[in-house]
Design a protein around this ligand. Sequence first.
Ligand code: PLP
Length: 466
Amino acid sequence: MQDKTHDAMIITDADAWRSRDLAVLWHPCTQMREHPDTLPLLPIERGEGAWLVGYDGRRYLDAISSWWTNLFGHAEPRIAAAIARQASTLEHVILAGCSHAPAVELAERLLAIAPREAGREPLAKVFYADNGSAGVEVALKMAFHWFRNRGEMQRTKFIALENGYHGETIGALAVGDIPLYRRVYAPLLAEALFAPSPDSYLCEPGESPAQRASRAAAGLRELLERHAGEICALILEPLVQCAGGMRMHDPSYLRLARELCDAHGVFLIADEIAVGFGRTGTLFASEQAGVQPDLLCLSKGLTGGSLPLAAVLTTQRIYDGFLDDSRDRAFLHSHSYTGNPLACAAALAAQGIFESDGVIERNRNTAAVMRELAQPFAEHAHVADVRQTGMIVAFELTKNGDKRTPFDPAARVGLHAYRSAVANGVLLRPLGDILYWMPPYCVDHAALRQLAQVTRIAIDEATACA
Ligand SMILES: *Cc1c(COP(=O)(O)O)cnc(C)c1O
């Protein structure tokens, strides 16, 4: 196979990188058997705004913001400069016993912009970790440990939502409900309880998203009552279950969940790792329901998509629960790179861009253009649902364009759509048969029009043969 193509043409730099890569690398979230034949590997030389440029000079619109991390475009000059400046001053220092300006300033900044609810004590402390999953582990351990410190030893369980996702480490996977990632490791995972998802896609005929939300909340109430005194926290992704297929729900669910958590003395952990920092139209998704969590997990867009970093924000009350003369009661969790100065400097630069560029305002326009471009897809014979929350648009493909008849997974509709889009200069990465747009905020209208055209072709081609 390979010989045939190589005989026919000059080996490009891209080809050379492809074969060197496959000789040594094991890629994330990939059945490696599918490289190189089923899936084209894309060696990327550089990024420019919303675009990625391959070693062969081909350009791809990064329609998924490189796994939802990128906010302001690739190689953003202000973020790059902040990292460079920090790198020549202090690249890293242990954060146990030491302190540095980027970690302090970022914490001050995050606490100042965090969701706030009248009458509730504000988020007041920041604990750093170095990726989203690690941030989730921190939040889970903190919630559990807080109750333990109070002598509530029987509070050992977490409630999560069906179809939710919180990362890949063993603890985070335990509160995730996506079989593709979870199934194999199930025997290793701590037990979690799953409450019904408020997902609007699951509305019964005639049911509104708000009604669906309230029905899901009734399921949550039942679970909390059945396990009264055994639960540490409820963890959820506010407004959009991203890895679960960009499934969206009514903000009223968050309000109801907040009230139920309060009534049962259970912490609410908002995992805004994917939806935070403007993705849903507001800086944080929780704001749209006027809800403040007890623990807020942030990562992905935190550094504008430049460096790995996570932050867990929590209240003074939770922090105080660990203060004691005994080390056993302290939160001894740590990562070598906790609060890395480079990552914190990048995050501070990203925060500066939100302010100086009026990003949330600008996104309102961009989201309106996305809405206009997405609407016509609803008429497509194989599109069962077009949904949008802010800067996220998703298209759910099914056999007959209704919700009851999914495509046969063996038809690999999403994979065909991916290949079609890549051939036309757009990096889409469907979740099963769900295509979505989640571009960097700097994407311009011309690129969005191209994205819509390429998506249309991808859906036509992928569904034609299925
Ligand atoms: C991506 C994601 C995570 C995990 O973050 P990583 O940095 O990939 O470990 C956790 N929760 C949500 C909601 C996510 O989307």
